[in-house]
Design a binder for this molecule. Structure first.
Ligand SMILES: [Zn+2]
Length: 367
């Protein structure tokens, strides 16, 4: 049975339209601007001012020009492929742009973003009938043997379509809804984060909340290749506190080792991460906020860094108390990433209530 979603923190019809549109707009790493335009257009109604940086990170500011600065952040970029080599027969070989998964590529459809506009292509793969040998000897997909077929039959025909070395290809799989309040799509990592921080801004505005600090709602570029957009914008803003949201693995699906990955499940609420980059007092404030507001949550641990933009905010300047609120997700970096609506709602609520609990006087000192 599907639950009806009456909570203010849930996905309204209007916000669902935005989410769908945002998810279906290609935002490849390094070329995130089309997605950023959709995001800025939605968020501008709920913030006092917006700005962008040279590499395309987009920011909405609530209550600007205060001495104390707080960031909530997600990343905007989508993993994708680069055209690397066009062979004489018109087949296109690739390089990764981020951690795109070779195992799931065969028979997927893509759009190549060429100089003359979008070009449709598919990942070709030899038919089961023509793959000789027993199962153990079958070719496995890897970057060297994966190729795109755009219908052209020689290199010139490819180039005539505007496709060039360095053009980026993104998958076409889009947003969809499934039974039991689940959502599916490509690159919920981390467009669901961009959606959730925008919803936090909307709720602050609609509920007429005034904050005793400047809030920067940051949708950063280039996370997937090393947390780079966050590094740039952290230096520009120099925040006093940063709360980051990203996705984390649901470890309850097959072939995942919980001994190694820990236990995390879609539907059980946002995950709070312990690790050296996460500021313990800020994390404690968030955890207390969850308990006080009866928001379900899960715990996770990382060794060394979090592997998210949290690390950039913590370390880019002279030490910014940072914390990570992750939403559980199934099948990360495939085209069928799956999340649960209740987790979206609870992650929005936890960020929102944590921002209301925080003031410039909040004592984050360890001593
Ligand atoms: Zn990712």
């Amino acid at each position: 049975m599907a639950k009806s979603n009456k909570s203010a923190f849930g996905i309204s019809d209007q916000s669902k339209e935005f989410l769908k549109n945002y998810m279906n707009t290609a935002s490849p790493i390094g070329l995130e601007y089309n997605g950023q335009k959709v995001w800025l257009n939605y968020i501008k109604k709920y913030v006092d001012t917006t700005f962008t940086d040279p590499y395309g990170t987009a920011v909405g500011v609530i209550n600007p020009d205060q001495a104390f600065k707080v960031v909530i952040e997600a990343h905007a970029d989508e993993i994708s492929w680069f055209v690397n080599y066009i062979n004489p027969e018109g087949l296109i070989y690739l390089k990764r742009n981020g951690g795109v998964d070779h195992q799931i590529a065969p028979s997927q459809r893509v759009i190549i973003h060429g100089r003359k506009g979008p070009v449709k292509a598919v990942f070709g793969w030899p038919a089961i009938h023509t793959r000789h040998g027993n199962d153990d000897k079958e070719n496995q997909p890897k970057v060297e043997n994966l190729f795109l077929d755009c219908g052209a039959r020689n290199k010139k025909e490819v180039e005539d379509l505007g496709v060039h070395v360095g053009a980026v290809a993104t998958y076409t799989e889009g947003f969809d809804e499934m039974a039991y309040d689940n959502l599916v799509g490509r690159a919920f990592d981390n467009r669901i984060g961009g959606f959730m921080i925008a919803e936090v801004a909307r709720l602050l505005k609609e509920n007429k909340k005034s904050l005793p600090y400047s809030l920067y709602v940051v949708n950063a570029v280039q996370e997937e290749i090393g947390l780079r957009g966050a590094e740039m914008i952290a230096r520009r803003i120099k925040p006093d506190v940063a709360i980051i949201t990203d996705v984390t693995h649901d470890s309850t699906t097959p072939m995942i080792n919980k001994n190694k990955e820990g236990e995390c499940k879609c539907g059980n609420g946002p995950a709070l991460t312990f690790g050296p980059a996460v500021h313990n007092k800020l994390l404690a404030l968030i955890e207390e906020t969850a308990v006080k507001n009866k928001i379900p949550y899960q715990l996770s641990a990382v060794s060394r860094s979090t592997g998210t933009d949290t690390d950039s905010f913590a370390y880019a300047n002279d030490g910014c108390p940072s914390a990570l609120i992750s939403i559980p997700l199934r099948y990360m970096h495939t085209t069928v990433e799956m999340i649960n609506k209740a987790d979206v709602e609870n992650t929005i609520k936890l960020m929102y209530e944590s921002l209301l609990a925080l003031t410039p006087k909040t004592n984050l000192s360890y001593f």
